[in-house]
Unconditional design. Structure first.
Length: 351
């Protein structure tokens, strides 16, 4: 389903719905679009499918997906890709939508930073918190080690097996990963600038119990420098109240949080409040007719930032989007259990 990131057709790609964001909500939206008879293309500026789930917590368990008692983010994304397969929505990775322009016929022209142009009847923005980057370690030597010894997310837990790992940060992500890695790594040390945390009480309590049991260490301090002769991380200098001291380390996992930015989306002409796109909750349409928002990026009173909420929002948005793609038609609702065409497509995709 994925197209090369550098694909640059000469003419616009025509589609009923352009979905911006290849996270769980965007993937489910592509399935729902297919179910109700809409074609779709997905665009994401990240180079892999899965959105923030895969970038931030690919192997962390998720407990609140209906009918799935527990699954990891990676498993959820895999299941959603499998669900999309009957409709084969093209997915364009490594493309950031820079501009959208309303055409005289009411359709939208969207252009990416790498030359793709889409002609869409409607646009569904499922971009999570927008463009986001991790807060990086402000050390020159860290740049040379990024992706090898210094990480800002956990791409593969197995890479830390049998290694000395320092986790830096005081939020939920830092504590959760320190706790998770203590059963994989040779030794884990959590480093935070103070003894107080911005994580949940349960995570803090679990961390302190693990420290008391000798399963991991906790050090109050900040990262002063890295020692990496020949490009191989050997130790991390920790600055604390008594001075500074080195800690042996094979890997440094920096989890200071993310800096979120709507980026170009904020300038597309719809109303934005508190970094979220204001929507009508009857159909999750923005103040620009034909542009919808679902998932974390959609803003409205009593908003619940849950994946399942995003699924609901996308489903209602697409039903309104249908009226833009086929203004002359009246869509007839059919339960999936009685949808013979859907059953045939699902069967064919698994043949």
């Amino acid at each position: 389903m994925t197209t090369p990131a550098d694909t640059s057709p000469a003419s616009p790609i025509s589609t009923d719905v352009l979905i911006i964001g290849a996270g769980p909500v965007g993937l489910f939206a592509a399935f729902e679009a297919g179910v109700i008879g809409l074609s779709s293309h997905i665009v994401d500026n990240i180079e892999r499918v899965g959105g923030q789930c895969i970038e931030l917590y690919p192997d962390k368990p998720i407990y609140d997906i209906p009918a799935l008692p527990v699954c990891t983010a990676r498993e959820l994304v895999d299941r959603l890709l499998e669900q999309c397969r009957p409709f084969e929505p093209p997915i364009h990775l490594g493309h950031r939508v820079e501009t959208v322009e309303r055409q005289e016929n009411g359709r939208w022209l969207a252009r990416t930073d790498k030359g793709l142009t889409f002609d869409a009847a409607a646009i569904l923005i499922a971009a999570g918190n927008g463009s986001f980057v991790p807060q990086r370690l402000p050390l020159e030597e860290a740049v040379q080690l990024e992706g090898r010894h210094v990480h800002y997310s956990v791409p593969n837990v197995d890479a830390f097996a049998g290694k000395n790992v320092i986790v830096a940060g005081g939020g939920d992500s830092a504590l959760d990963w320190a706790l998770a890695l203590r059963t994989v790594a040779r030794h884990v040390t959590l480093v935070h600038r103070r003894n107080g945390f911005s994580a949940t009480d349960s995570s803090v309590a679990s961390m302190r119990r693990a420290v008391e049991a000798g399963e991991m260490d906790f050090v109050v301090g900040s990262i002063a420098s890295l020692s990496a002769p020949n490009g191989q991380l050997e130790s991390v200098e920790i600055r604390h109240a008594e001075g500074s001291s080195p800690l042996a380390a094979d890997y440094l996992l920096v989890l200071f949080g993310l800096v979120a930015d709507l980026g170009p989306i904020a300038h597309w002409g719809f109303e934005v409040q508190g970094g979220r796109i204001k929507v009508d909750t009857s159909n999750y349409e923005s103040t620009c007719p034909g542009i919808f928002a679902a998932g974390d990026i959609a803003g409205y009173p009593n908003k619940q930032k849950l994946i399942l909420s995003g699924f609901h929002e996308a489903s209602l948005a697409l039903r309104k989007a249908y009226t833009y793609a086929f203004p002359e038609k009246k869509r007839v609702h059919v339960h999936s259990s009685y949808d013979a065409k859907l059953a045939e497509r699902v069967a064919a995709s698994h043949a």
